[in-house]
Write a protein that binds this ligand. Structure first.
Ligand code: AKG
Length: 277
């Protein structure tokens, strides 16, 4: 299901010095890693999802970013995409979610995240917002906390594909010395409990020789739903997969999924903005 190996085989760790920081070491099959990569590059980057390049006028209204990059082998344009937001759009300036600034959250990403959450015992997790970060070999993400969500008890789920990151997670204060962890392709990070509101960042992306998304096993089933067969076909056909594999060889993709609303809450009320600012 969803491109995972059987959960009985998953290697799940909690970092002793960072309670609540859980790492699942690549539970994906190669086809699974390929599936989420294709979705992040070809589909989630499309409108009405929001991206950092929306305001740069690089992609005409009737064109798509991934298609344009492929048609002209446009490496410059390829490197311009740094983030996409899904569901409740993250507001980078105010850090306040808004009921009026929200898109549909993808069904496959909901199902996959809910599956991971419930496997770990979080049976009420609702994916409502995601940031997809696209890193190149010189990209970094500075130390920050994720505190815009209404429900700060709900864990945050983070999925990594492509090149390896050094991920630092500290404590509630910037003065706490952070713990470094390698995040390799396919690894899942869960930030829960004390670690949910901890400072974290990515100071370095490391070039690796291994291609964790190769080789594929023809017998690997990747049941994600009948609507997604075309994507699975791309993953299984080496010539169709090639441009996506080339991207992963020089970049890292991170999907960061959050629950925004508290349990039982149906929508953000209009006071939300005033409450949080
Ligand atoms: O890229 C990562 O592993 C972390 C991303 C992150 O911290 C964020 O999007 O808030």
């Amino acid at each position: 299901m969803f491109g995972f190996k059987h959960p009985k085989t998953w290697e799940v760790f909690e970092i002793v010095e960072r309670p609540g920081l859980i790492i699942i070491k690549n539970p994906f099959t190669s086809i699974g890693q390929r599936y989420w990569t294709v979705k992040c590059l070809e589909e989630y980057s499309k409108k009405p999802n929001k991206t950092n390049i929306d305001t740069l006028n690089l992609v005409p209204e009737n064109k798509e970013w991934w298609e344009m990059c492929q048609n002209n082998n446009n490496v410059l344009l390829l490197k311009k995409l740094r983030w996409v937001t899904l569901g409740y759009h993250h507001n980078w300036d105010t850090k306040v979610y808004n009921e009026q600034d929200k898109g549909k959250f993808p069904k496959d990403l909901t199902d996959m995240t809910v599956f991971v959450a419930s496997t770990l015992g979080y049976t009420n997790f609702n994916p409502e917002a995601a940031i997809i970060n696209y890193y190149h070999m010189d990209s970094t993400l500075s130390g920050h906390t994720d505190h815009s969500e209404k429900d700060l008890e709900a864990p945050l789920f983070s999925f990594s594909f492509g090149q390896t990151a050094i991920f630092l997670l500290g404590g509630k204060s910037k003065d706490d010395k952070p713990t470094p962890v390698f995040l390799r392709s396919g690894d899942i990070v869960v930030m829960s409990k004390e670690s949910r509101l901890a400072y974290h960042g990515v100071p370095k992306i490391l070039q690796i020789d291994s291609r964790y998304w190769d080789p594929i096993d023809e017998n690997d089933l990747c049941y994600i739903g009948k609507d997604y067969r075309d994507v699975v076909n791309i993953c299984k056909d080496e010539s169709l997969w090639k441009p996506f594999g080339n991207y992963l060889s020089h970049s890292r993709i991170n999907i960061n999924v959050r629950q925004v609303l508290s349990r039982g809450q149906k929508r953000l009320n209009s006071e939300n903005a005033e409450e949080v600012t």
